[in-house]
Every structure is written in C-alpha cells, then in structure tokens.
Design a protein around this ligand. Structure first.
Ligand code: DAU
Length: 222
C-alpha cells in the first residue's frame, strides 16, 4: 500500500525558526519531525509513500530520507508549487495511489496508529482546545470554529479512496486563501465516510507550545 504524507506549507506559526527550513525537518526530541508521520504510515501497512512538499525544501528531504531505504519505505517525491492548502497538496498525489490509502499531515504525532480500516475513515480525538482544529460537530466538520459545539478535533490522519481526486474541482479557497481539507472531508461524510475516535495520544506539532508538548511526551515515553 502507498500512503501520502503532506509536508508543504510555510510553517508561519513557527517563525522565525521556519524562515530558512521546513517545519517537518525540525527536531522533535531525537529525530526530525517527518520521521513520526512516516512511522505511523508504516505501522498502518504502507511500504511506500508519496511525500508532498514545497520545491524550496525538497533538497532537505531528499538529503535526509533519500529513497527511504534507511526507514524501510520507498519514497516518491512530489512538489506543491505554492502553499495553497492541504487539499491542494493532496491533489499532487493523483495517479500515484490506488484503492484505499492513508493520508497524514506531516506535523501530526500519533502514539498508537490505528489498524488500517476497510472503508474511508476520518479520525477524531477529544481535546481541551478544539478551536485550534477542524471540529466534528452535529454530523459535519467546521474548521477552527470560534465557539466549538463539541470537543472532537479532526486529526490529520485520513483514509480516502481514489474518489478524493474528483472532489478537488468542487472546492474553492477559504477566507484564509487555502483549499481546505475540511471541505473535502465534508464531501466524504456525505459519501458515507466513517468517523472513528482515536485511541492513544495525539499531538499536532505546528506551534511552539504543541511542539514542546510533543517533544516532552516523546522523551518521557521512549
Ligand atoms: O492537525 C490537525 C488539523 O490540521 C485539522 O484539525 C484541521 O482540520 C486541518 O485544517 C489542519 O489544520 P492546521 O491549520 O493545523 O493546518 P496547517 O496549515 O498547520 O497544515 C498542516 C500540515 O499540512 C502541514 O504540517 C503540512 C501540510 N500542508 C499545509 C498547507 C497549508 C501542506 O502540505 N501544504 C499546504 O499548503
């Protein structure tokens, strides 16, 4: 199975640290951030992965991971020319993945990867600060609601099938100028995607505080 890891974006919440490098190459305790989502995909059964990132830091990923031999996965690189959203990054994997496949955001850490489901699935987790995330509430997902109606955050792990590539034409950039994965996920809910609450612990690592929490957690639980 081939999965997808999305590692583009500008890492604006981690400036100035991300001024000259990509967020996913930063250390999280003793390894670069990107190792953690790759490990999650491997544990879900991926022997290969499409890594999507912006052209400016592709060399850093290639230098670090090469063809993926050291981590036991084949890596196929694809470029997202401008950081115009997670959904746009995913569109760059078209033609390289088949059947049912997992997609993970490069800044997401899961302590316990779920078993690979047998149908399209979105994974949620109860959090104390849902306003920072896409929130699953009243049967649909709202991206970063000011007043969340539930504490179920939509994590950055999704299982799609090839139908996902026909949905990109249906969505428009949001107010923050990005093609939102939440819009794709709301289509998937209409197509009957399952919503499953994650076991174990989950962190995004995209802010200084969440990066520090993840680093301490990994240090303490290694
Ligand atoms: O972490 C889970 C959250 O991730 C979800 O709850 C939200 O629904 C989802 O929109 C996303 O929210 P963020 O605002 O945290 O996403 P962020 O812009 O930090 O992007 C997350 C990852 O997606 C990033 O580490 C790399 C990838 N990405 C992002 C953008 C904007 C790309 O590959 N290309 C992009 O253009």
């Amino acid at each position: 199975m081939t999965g997808v890891v999305l590692a583009g974006g500008e890492g604006t919440r981690l400036r100035p640290v991300t001024e000259v490098t990509n967020k996913h190459l930063l250390p999280v305790y003793d390894r670069p951030m990107i190792y953690y989502p790759l490990k999650t995909l491997k544990e879900m059964g991926c022997e290969s992965v499409v890594l999507v990132t912006g052209g400016e830091h592709l060399g850093g990923f290639a230098e670090l991971l090469k063809n993926g031999n050291d981590i036991g996965m084949d890596i196929i690189y694809r470029v997202q020319e401008n950081a115009e959203g997670i959904a746009q990054a995913l569109s760059r994997a078209e033609g390289l993945v088949k059947g049912l496949f997992p997609v993970i955001l490069g800044d997401n850490y899961f302590s316990q990867p779920p078993p690979m489901p047998d149908e399209p699935t979105l994974f949620t987790k109860e959090v104390a600060d849902p306003e920072r995330f896409g929130v699953y509430q009243n049967g649909q997902i709202v991206e970063k609601p000011t007043i969340p109606a539930s504490n179920q955050a939509v994590t950055g792990l999704y299982v799609y099938d090839e139908r996902v590539f026909s949905l990109f034409d249906k969505i428009k950039p949001s107010d923050r100028g990005e093609y939102e994965i939440t819009d794709i996920n709301n289509y998937y809910l209409k197509l009957g995607a399952k919503v499953v609450e994650m076991a174990g612990d989950w962190f995004d690592m995209g802010t200084f505080d969440s990066l520090l929490r993840a680093t301490n957690y990994i240090h303490d639980n290694r």
